[in-house]
Design a protein around this ligand. Structure first.
Ligand SMILES: Nc1ncnc2c1ncn2[C@@H]1O[C@H](COP(=O)(O)OP(=O)(O)O)[C@@H](O)[C@H]1O
Ligand SMILES: [Mg+2]
Length: 357
């Protein structure tokens, strides 16, 4: 049976006064693939190290399954080696002078497991990860993707209750990243092991995560399935941070022409002098002049992303919007912009409404 992880009221303050984590609480379900997403310095590694027992929180508790592994208030602390957690560090931390076999066997030798049992376990995990033919090689003679699999094998060989992965794809180049993500996701589903992956890359998070928690400066911004983060961003930070190409975001007076053209404040609490308006490029389109839409504008840039074309459209009054280009306009041509969805945020950044047209 897979075990869940319950994090309750966790704070971490590094002396003298770096607040790395502020009151983090989340329940990760047994067998879930959970992603912690946030920019560099947001506290991701610190949280993972607290779960592994490599760092002690300043306040709060963590439980794996029914067992509390740390509870500052009650004075509970279970040593890392007794938590049955497997961790893959950001730099993989393989021993360069050891073969893949010896690297993977290392945690079992620490436990003084008989060599016969070790051989059985290493062979099993190596076969599951497709690295059986690499076992005699040293890390220097393996590709990045192969080294990563050896690091994952070393974490899995202990048959941990929870697998922790810190930026596992960041040392891989773009093409290998895609296969590595698929590999990790498929392996996780096959083994059903509760997995917590940390990344600063939204594409990693969206590729593998069942649910995603977004951290910023040590604080939870939103927890949800990928679709929720995309379609209902809780605040301006999430709207900005998630979405590719980036969301068009403007802080505008409510008297601004764009705000008026979109019929705001319809459905939005009144009384704000200014609002943030967020329009995702994929939720708006540039059409022929005269087509039905919200705004007139002029194309200032055309860009290809895969098979899609985007136009940056100057709609006047200091605003330009990147939107899907759905007519054959070129730079300099007039277009009509139709908006499907607009996310409206208060000046504090909190979401007020999402309007659909
Ligand atoms: N051992 C430490 N001593 C002091 N500050 C630290 C230590 N470890 C991390 N920090 C600080 O805590 C914050 C969060 O760091 P970290 O968890 O590594 O972020 P992330 O993994 O999201 O990049 C940063 O401001 C970092 O400088
Ligand atoms: Mg980190």
């Amino acid at each position: 049976m897979a075990k869940g992880v319950r994090i309750a009221g966790v704070w971490k303050v590094f002396p003298p006064n770096v607040v790395a984590l502020k009151d983090i609480s989340v329940e990760i379900r047994p067998g879930e693939f959970f992603v912690i997403l946030g920019p560099s310095g947001s506290g991701k590694t610190t949280l993972l190290r607290i779960i592994a027992g490599l760092e002690i929180p300043t306040r709060g508790s963590v439980a794996i399954g029914d067992r509390e592994v740390v509870n500052v208030e009650k004075g509970v602390f279970v040593e890392p080696r007794d938590r049955n957690v497997g961790m893959v560090f950001q730099n993989w931390a393989l021993y360069p002078h050891m073969t893949a076999y010896d690297n993977i066997a290392f945690p079992l030798r620490l436990k003084r497991m008989p060599e016969e049992e070790i051989k059985k376990r290493v062979t099993e995990v190596a076969e599951a990860l497709g690295i059986a033919e690499l076992l005699d090689r040293k890390p220097g003679h393996m590709s990045g993707g192969q080294q990563q699999r050896v690091a994952v094998a070393r974490a899995l060989v202990k048959q941990p209750d929870v697998l922790l992965l810190d930026e596992p794809f960041s040392n891989l180049d773009a093409r290998i990243r895609v296969t590595a993500r698929e590999f990790v996701k498929e392996l996780q589903k096959k083994l059903g092991i509760t997995t917590i992956l940390v990344t600063h890359d939204q594409a990693d998070a969206f590729a593998v995560g069942d649910r995603i928690m977004v951290l910023r400066r040590g604080e939870t911004q939103q927890i949800g399935v990928p679709e929720e983060l995309y379609s209902s961003p809780a605040n301006v930070f999430i709207a900005n941070f998630i979405g590719d190409p980036p969301t068009n975001i403007y802080k505008l007076p409510t008297s601004h022409r764009l705000v008026k053209s979109l019929g705001i404040p319809q459905g939005v609490e009144e009384g704000y002098g200014e609002l943030y308006i967020g329009i995702r490029p994929d939720e708006a389109a540039a059409l022929k002049p005269g087509d039905e839409g919200h705004l007139e504008g002029r194309v200032v840039l055309v860009e290809y992303v895969g098979s899609r074309r985007y136009a940056k459209v100057d709609v006047g009054d200091g605003v330009s919007l990147k939107v899907l280009l759905e007519c054959d306009a070129n730079t300099g041509d007039p277009v009509r912009v139709r908006v499907q969805k607009v996310h409206v945020f208060a000046p504090s950044g909190e979401r007020l409404a999402t309007l659909t047209y």
